[in-house]
Design a protein around this ligand. Structure first.
Ligand code: ATP
Ligand code: RIB
Length: 313
């Protein structure tokens, strides 16, 4: 049987506005469309794991409102066990306003709402889920205290810990002791530079940043490089896993799809290399579709593509 995955994180309703170009400060522009799409880094990663065949449960908080109901319904239909998601009466569901330009690039502003109540106490109340899972996945859209507590608890229980450090934490905001408890850290280029306290943005700075995180005890650093694929840095050295060449229309949740896919394959017993290939392929499909959870492919689509492309991992 596949190992259980627990995703601990945020759930947002994304308000996605398509436009030709992003507004600059003080400018008013006309948008093209406004869509409401379930999102939030935690929910997106759980959704990806569910759609891609993982046995996944989620811990997170929504409001007792229509956005929260829709979010839970969407995760249910993706195969995620949502029984322990908490509906808070006093807080609204988290929201994100997302601008997407005609190149498919985005700018995102998140208002935490109920995500801010995903605290240590709530995680303690759901300790059984930590005990029953083999992989525990975190991102950075819930309170830091809860993230640090959750990572320590999962590590203490001997679980594999995945942290997607997004949005990027400030240097030092994740204590070294917590970094040393992470098995798989999955920053993008900006996040690895920030966490590794580097100032450049070139590949050498990225590698140096990842190396420093490895020195602090992280098991494997997987830097997602957008259309360039993934850089893996671990005790075996540095390896690049190139991305498929596609025409991106919206990169929202590319990283989330990558994380959900990665942990799903690891939980199925795949090697890290195989899991990265699968996750690269899944997220290359996601960027060709609009929205967050709406863009995540089904497991069969990814396997068909891997076979037709003759991808060898
Ligand atoms: P986001 O914050 O938008 O979710 P991210 O910055 O966390 O994204 P990226 O590094 O942009 O994550 O992308 C994650 C993965 O998605 C990449 O490692 C790659 O596998 C895939 N990907 C992203 N952009 C492209 C692209 N243009 N073409 C092919 N694959 C892509
Ligand atoms: O990673 C994409 C997600 O970031 C969006 O769905 C949005 O809700 C923000 O959390």
């Amino acid at each position: 049987m596949d190992k259980q995955i627990l995703v601990v994180g945020s759930l947002n309703m994304d308000m996605v506005i398509e436009m030709d170009k992003m507004p600059v400060t003080g400018e008013t522009i006309l948008g093209k469309t406004l869509s409401y799409i379930p999102g939030g880094k935690g929910a997106n990663q759980a959704c990806a794991a569910g759609k891609l065949g993982g046995s996944v449960r989620m811990l997170g908080c929504v409001g007792a409102d229509s956005f929260g109901e829709r979010q839970i319904k969407n995760l249910d239909s993706a195969g995620v066990n949502t029984e322990s998601i908490c509906q808070r009466v006093k807080e609204p569901t988290g929201t994100a306003v997302i601008y997407v330009n005609k190149e498919g690039d985005n700018s995102i502003v998140v208002v935490a709402g109920a995500n801010g109540t995903c605290d240590k106490k709530y995680l303690e109340q759901n300790d059984k889920l930590f005990q029953d899972s083999e992989f525990v996945v975190f991102q950075m859209e819930i309170p830091y205290e809860a993230i640090c507590y959750g990572i320590s608890r999962a590590h203490e229980l001997g679980k594999k810990v995945v942290l997607n450090p997004a949005p990027a934490p400030q240097p030092g905001e994740i204590p070294d002791e917590i970094l040393s408890q992470i098995d798989y850290l999955t920053p993008n280029e900006t996040e690895v530079i920030q966490l590794g306290e580097e100032c450049g943005s070139d590949m050498e700075s990225i590698k140096r940043g990842a190396g420093k995180l490895l020195d602090k005890g992280v098991g494997h650093v997987l830097v997602t490089l957008g259309s360039q694929g993934v850089l893996l840095v671990d005790a075996d050295g540095e390896r690049i896993f190139p991305a498929r060449k596609v025409q991106a229309v919206d990169t929202t949740a590319a990283g989330d799809c990558f994380n959900g896919a990665l942990v799903t394959r690891l939980a199925e017993g795949a090697s890290l290399e195989e899991a990265i290939c699968f996750a690269n392929c899944a997220s290359s499909i996601a960027v060709t579709r609009k929205g967050a959870q709406s863009s995540i492919p089904q497991k069969s689509e990814v396997w068909e593509l891997m076979h037709s492309d003759k991808v060898v991992c």
